[in-house]
Design a protein around this ligand. Structure first.
Ligand code: AHG
Ligand code: MN
Ligand code: MN
Length: 360
């Protein structure tokens, strides 16, 4: 049984990737709600807000899951009328639906004071319910890999929770969102795959919950997830090979020389989930089209880096900086990224150091 260390909410992260001592009892079913309520008791200063937020996200995930599962039966696949989102990318109908449901669930409870979404240009204020001012902000990618929906391939929802920096008596500000990933209090993802899985961390290890459709509950299924130290697959859009920098091309050549398998779903959350379970490395380096990388620091790279690190993995950008230590300057900032088994990220780092023309 893992140990638990009491912490203040400011100190959401620790290097000890352990399951809180209390949540799991024998072999009986432990629901997500039960797990987070018990885990909350390990925080000295817990107010229940974080617990409420995680529960809100769990509810939104079930609603999104219901709609994702019937895509094809009802008229919900395909491009939305809105056309493009703020990043100039095609918005799918389910992107819009998932975004609306998450915002609605979070607004209903008033457990956060503001929201930032990949699908919205600006932050969204959440009016307090009664006199209660919330201390948290939430950011998310409502549907990751959404171009896969029409072809029945797994998609996901990614989220991150931070404590606000601004005075709780006033509105939240952009600065509340422009915090380094190390300040995340919680992060997680929901994978709408062969089964629906919610994986999250509050900085004390990573746990996964599978949705049991017969009872409509997420049940603990992946306890204290640990990423393998090494892997035998790499995950990158190799179609862009000729657009990658030299060091990245040399690294990919090496993967091929070593007979690593190539696995790329095109849905980051699905690729990262596989890597978390089986080991491997996920890469999205700079290309000519996306010189700073394609993936969004706040909505994709930070939460997934936090989870992978908490499971014992590593996450850096191709400038060799730890992703979680980058201070963002824009809500929709993009980042290059390399995430995965620690030995594979270290191997890539050695290649970049060796072949990069950049002063290091
Ligand atoms: P989103 O659907 O939220 O826009 O994210 C898509 C992302 C990510 O999930 C995936 O790994 C990547 O885009 C795929 O990009 P390429 O098609 O350029 O490989
Ligand atoms: Mn995405
Ligand atoms: Mn998305």
């Amino acid at each position: 049984m893992a140990t638990s260390t009491k912490k203040s909410p400011e100190n959401g992260q620790s290097s000890a990737a352990s399951v809180p001592a209390s949540p799991v009892s024998g072999n009986r079913i432990v629901t997500l709600d039960e797990f987070i309520i018990r885990a909350e008791k390990d925080f000295d200063y817990a107010t229940g807000e974080l617990t409420g937020l995680l529960r809100d996200i769990g509810v939104a995930a079930k609603i999104i899951n219901r709609e994702v599962n019937k895509a094809g039966l009802v008229n919900i696949i395909g491009v939305a009328n809105s056309g493009e989102n703020q990043s100039g990318e095609m918005q799918q109908k389910l992107d819009v639906y998932a975004n609306e449901k998450l915002i609605e669930c979070l607004k209903n409870s008033g457990e956060c004071c503001a929201i930032a979404s990949e699908e919205n240009e600006d932050i969204i204020q959440v009016p307090p319910i009664g006199s209660k001012a919330s201390n948290y902000v939430v950011m998310f990618d409502p549907l990751d890999g959404s171009s896969n929906i029409d072809v029945n391939v797994s998609v996901g929802t990614i989220f991150a929770i931070y404590r606000r920096k601004s005075d709780p008596s006033g509105p939240a500000t952009k600065e509340d969102f422009l915090q380094a990933g190390t300040k995340q209090v919680a992060a997680g993802y929901v994978l709408y795959g062969t089964s629906t899985l919610l994986v999250y961390t509050t900085g004390r290890g990573v746990n996964g919950f599978t949705l049991d459709p017969s009872i409509g509950e997420f049940c603990l299924s992946h306890r204290n997830m640990r990423i393998p130290e090494n892997g035998s697959t790499y995950s990158v859009n190799q179609g862009y090979y000729s657009k990658f920098d030299l060091e990245m091309r040399r690294y990919i050549d090496n993967c091929s020389d070593q007979n690593y398998g190539l696995r790329y779903i095109g849905s980051m959350v699905s690729d990262i989930h596989r890597i978390l379970i089986q080991g491997g490395i996920f890469l999205y380096p700079s290309t000519r089209k996306y010189p700073k990388g394609k993936l969004r620091l706040l909505y994709e790279c930070n939460p997934l880096s936090f989870i992978v690190e908490q499971a014992g993995g590593k996450a850096m950008n191709t400038q060799l900086k730890r992703v979680l230590e980058v201070t963002p300057s824009e809500l929709h900032q993009r980042s290059t990224v390399a995430i995965g088994s620690p030995a594979m990220v270290d191997e890539l780092k050695a290649f970049i150091e060796r072949y990069s023309a950049l002063p290091l």
